[in-house]
Write a protein that binds this ligand. Structure first.
Ligand SMILES: Cc1ncc(COP(=O)(O)O)c(C=O)c1O
Length: 492
């Protein structure tokens, strides 16, 4: 075909291989992608609409609107131990674009980047596109399903052609969270060897302990060769917007501005205006989203741990369950069969690196059900139902035990808020969020320009969610009595 070998040889996404099989089937519970099912809250969407109406539709600054860069810098300074200056922020058209720009800036053909894995496959691909070698160093799997980083093995993997070490924490797919001591060790090694450190912290706010995830921004001075990638996608339910940012050393700004110019020429102006509002007024939404993910995590992990042949630990961060299934050697075949037999969409472990083969797919949380006092949410029930069509029951019956690995994105399960009328308007969120549901939601912190918040669920119908979730949202027979979920108001 005449395309570059590096592009021709890029492997197709194994997650897409599975999702293509089930996309559009309303019976499928899709847990294969890195998103929940909440639409972007209204106060953010409304800000974008207002910015469009106000004529913010022109070319803009390559590094992003000064107001957006400033508020991101303030936000990071508030979160982490060291201050971050606005001059270090470059707004990008998604976290993914930031990863691509970083590879363009750092990787020559023949260079390698040492990447801590299992890892989201899109992190290695930009290195390959640039003609470099993504060199995966696996976390050590612990008995019971946890993960541990051996920094010495990262150091040993680095050679004269290594340009950077890549760390994603909290991790997609394992949920592993790096410690402060490990950050120090990696920073010290990178300084001594003149290497770059690339930290993907897009899940930095989605953690289940009492403290935020340790960040490289806690410990590195501005002049360190450190790039921290971030995104609006996860914290503010903005996956489809394609808006992100990176924090870079000040010297790198002219380089990144050049690259932005030749890639996107800047992120859409009206979206950046909404990004300002997301950061300024978004903390209550983030708090609710994390609480929702925590509940969903518990549902997913309880269900999985109830399976004899499944090994999984409760993840500390992000919204995935990366589990091993004894007896599974081909995670793609497993995920396909699970989809056919149980209608649950899982991501195959092998998509996340060779060490993911033999693990099971990721479960993402779907707003599912009432946990206490009610039935378990449908996906969890399907996973553990021992004899019927449940995935776990099916897992239990598999012969040929030997290995493991799969992933579930649990950001879409979500029990407690199912009981909350304010969150219980999935069916017609898009149609009526501006009126009824926004009126029922708490107001964001006082701000004249801020529209009201709506964090209602996405429609089970419009997103192809499980019928059982849809039933729940209607206060259907499975749930209305025990969980007191009020019926949905009629859609307009
Ligand atoms: C680890 C990680 N980094 C970066 C991204 C990119 O996010 P986005 O391109 O939506 O900003 C994702 C998305 O799933 C991710 O899981």
């Amino acid at each position: 075909m005449g395309v570059r070998a590096a592009i021709r040889d890029l492997p197709a996404s194994r997650i897409a291989e599975i999702s293509a099989l089930g996309m559009g089937d309303p019976a499928v519970i899709p847990l294969w992608y890195g998103e929940g099912d909440l639409p972007t809250p209204e106060f953010i969407s409304g800000a974008a609409t207002a910015a469009l109406a106000a004529g913010h539709t022109f070319y803009t600054y390559k590094a992003g609107l000064p107001e957006l860069r400033s508020i991101i810098a303030e936000y990071l300074t508030g979160l982490y131990a060291r201050p971050t200056a606005a001059e270090r922020i470059v707004v990008t058209s998604s976290g993914m674009t930031a990863l691509m720009l970083v590879a363009q800036a750092l990787v020559d053909p023949g260079d390698n980047v040492v990447i801590i894995a299992p890892v989201w496959p899109n992190i290695a691909a930009p290195v390959s596109i640039m003609g470099g070698e993504p060199r995966l160093v696996a976390l050590d799997p612990l008995p019971g399903g946890g993960w541990r980083l051996d920094v010495e093995r990262v150091f040993v993997a680095c050679d004269a052609r290594t340009r950077a070490i890549f760390v994603n924490s909290p991790s997609n797919p394992t949920g592993w969270v790096i410690s402060g001591a490990e950050i120090e060790a990696l920073l010290g090694f990178a300084r001594r060897r003149g290497l770059w450190l690339i930290a993907d912290e897009v899940y930095g706010r989605i953690v289940y302990g009492n403290r935020p995830a340790p960040s490289f921004l806690d410990r590195a001075p501005p002049e360190d060769r450190l790039i921290v990638v971030n995104s609006f996608s996860k914290n503010w339910a903005m996956t489809g917007w394609r808006l992100g940012w990176m924090t870079i050393p000040p010297d790198l700004l002219p380089v990144m501005e050049k690259l932005v110019e030749f890639n996107t020429s800047g992120s859409p102006t009206f979206l950046q205006h909404a990004g300002i509002v997301a950061i300024r007024d978004g903390e209550p939404f983030i708090a609710r989203f994390v609480a929702r993910c925590r509940a969903a995590r518990d549902v997913a992990i309880d269900a999985l741990q109830a399976c004899r042949r499944v090994e999984v630990a409760r993840p500390e961060g992000a919204f995935y369950a990366f589990f091993r299934v004894d007896g599974i050697t081909d995670s793609v075949a497993f995920a396909k069969e699970a989809l056919t037999r149980t209608k649950i969409g899982l991501a195959p472990g092998s998509a996340f690196g060779p060490m993911g083969e033999g693990s099971a797919p990721l479960l993402r949380p779907r707003p599912a059900a009432c946990r206490r006092g009610g039935r378990p949410p449908a996906p969890a029930a399907r996973l553990r139902r021992p004899r019927k069509a449940g995935c776990a029951g099916w897992v239990e019956r598999q012969r040929n035990p030997s290995q493991w690995a799969l992933m579930v994105g649990f950001a879409a399960l979500n029990p407690p808020y199912e009981r909350d009328a304010r969150f219980n308007s999935r069916r017609s969120t898009r149609k009526r969020s501006r009126s009824a549901s926004s009126a029922a939601m708490p107001r964001p912190p006082a701000s004249a320009a801020t529209p009201s918040v709506s964090a209602a669920h996405t429609s089970g119908v419009s997103r192809g969610l499980p019928r059982s979730s849809h039933q729940l949202s209607k206060g259907g027979p499975s749930c209305s009595r025990k969980c007191a979920i009020p019926p949905l108001p009629p859609a307009r």
